[in-house]
Design a binder for this molecule. Structure first.
Ligand SMILES: [Fe+2]
Ligand SMILES: [Fe+2]
Length: 378
């Protein structure tokens, strides 16, 4: 069989493009060896001091990007109110079901994948707490890094809750399979290649929060076009949280570039060489060992999150951090700068070639357990 390969927007690995039927792998395939070399604690120990010295700055410049609980939206603001009489509550549920009735199955595949990604939040808090110098040492530490991480988690926690309840009420998805996928995913964890290194960790989160901002923004637009303005508002509201979080993480990296330009630039280049892997890359539903690739292929085809978005985010961050203008670096730092600043056009060129090959392939599809094993084109 002739394979057409495309640069995967999220895994950053080469995947068979549309037109290739995925070989069914045994379930044991999920117990594959780690995806990356197990490098740990790659930040030189003395650099812990950088984060210690930035605590005052973090308190002044990062924590204000959190929203006080009383000013935050809650899932209940968007959901049928269970305090209503049974009849009125059922009317609200019926209205929700009517609104979602016209949205296509493939839209639900992407929304479910996004929801599952949000719902594996324990993994992300764990991941951030692997980072040297910024982890929450006690579980209730007063360090601004730890305060941020806990409050960020608490804000994020509303995303999965809201999407999951909405999907449940819609009746369009197989909740049992979704719940199994969440359990598998939290059990599997994630492997972003951040090596306990907060330089790498905050580059990752800057990129990742922008990626979720983009994808929730796109599911909002599609919900609106598909006839569900409430779901559009839900996805849009979640997107604006992601944007605020992206600003916070982006500010941290900006500050690191100012404090330690070589270290920060090399961290950006390192993460880009590894490619930014989406947090849910180890998802599994007990049936499809290539579930994440299939979900990503649908997200790519619908334009919810694409290889172009990946390049856009990279170029956005290069501009936001003014990477071309960073000075005062060692030779290594300058080489990292050169690599990162030229990467956008290279990714786009690779993608163009892959797209052209993909166009010549015949279309294929797969079944998703999340939507009762209905078939969706990839
Ligand atoms: Fe989120
Ligand atoms: Fe987020």
């Amino acid at each position: 069989m002739q394979y057409s390969l495309s640069l995967h927007p999220t895994l950053g690995v080469k995947l068979p493009a549309a037109g290739v039927r995925f070989r069914r792998l045994p379930v044991s395939a999920i117990a594959a060896p780690p995806l990356r070399s197990p490098v740990t604690h790659s930040m030189p120990p003395e650099k812990v001091e950088v984060f210690k010295s930035l605590e005052g700055w973090a308190t002044q410049s990062v924590l204000p990007l959190l929203k006080p609980v009383e000013q935050c939206w809650q899932p209940q603001d968007f959901l049928p109110d269970p305090a209503l009489s049974s009849d009125s509550f059922m009317d609200e549920v019926r209205a929700l079901r009517t609104r979602t009735a016209e949205l296509p199955d493939e839209y639900f595949v992407v929304l479910v994948g996004d929801m599952i990604t949000e719902d594996a939040l324990p993994t992300y808090q764990t991941m951030i707490n692997t980072l040297d110098g910024v982890r929450d040492e006690t579980g209730a530490s007063s360090s601004p890094w730890a305060v941020w991480t806990r409050a960020w988690t608490a804000e994020e926690n509303r995303h999965g809750d809201l999407l999951k309840t909405y999907l449940y009420l819609s009746g369009r998805v197989d909740m049992l399979m979704i719940e199994r996928t969440v359990q598998y995913l939290i059990g599997a964890g994630m492997d972003p290649g951040t090596e306990n290194n907060p330089y790498l960790g905050y580059v990752y989160t800057s990129f990742q929060e922008r990626a979720t901002f983009v994808s929730h923004g796109n599911t909002a637009r599609m919900a609106k076009e598909g006839g569900d303005p409430v779901l559009a508002r839900i996805c849009g509201t979640i997107a604006s949280d992601e944007k605020r979080h992206e600003n916070a993480y982006g500010n941290i990296v900006e500050k690191l570039l100012e404090t330690d330009p070589t270290g920060a630039m090399m961290a950006i280049a390192d993460m880009m060489r590894k490619k930014i892997t989406m947090p849910a890359h180890l998802m599994f539903d007990g049936q499809d060992p290539r579930l994440f690739e299939h979900f990503s292929a649908v997200a790519q085809r619908l334009g919810v999150y694409t290889a172009d978005d990946y390049a856009d985010i990279l170029e956005f961050l290069v501009g936001r951090w003014k990477l071309e203008k960073v000075e005062g670096m060692t030779g290594e730092g300058r080489r990292a700068q050169d690599y990162v600043c030229r990467l956008g056009p290279r990714i786009r060129k690779l993608q163009e070639r892959a797209d052209e090959r993909a166009r010549n392939m015949e279309k294929h599809s797969t079944r998703f357990s999340w939507i009762f094993n209905k078939e969706v084109a990839l």
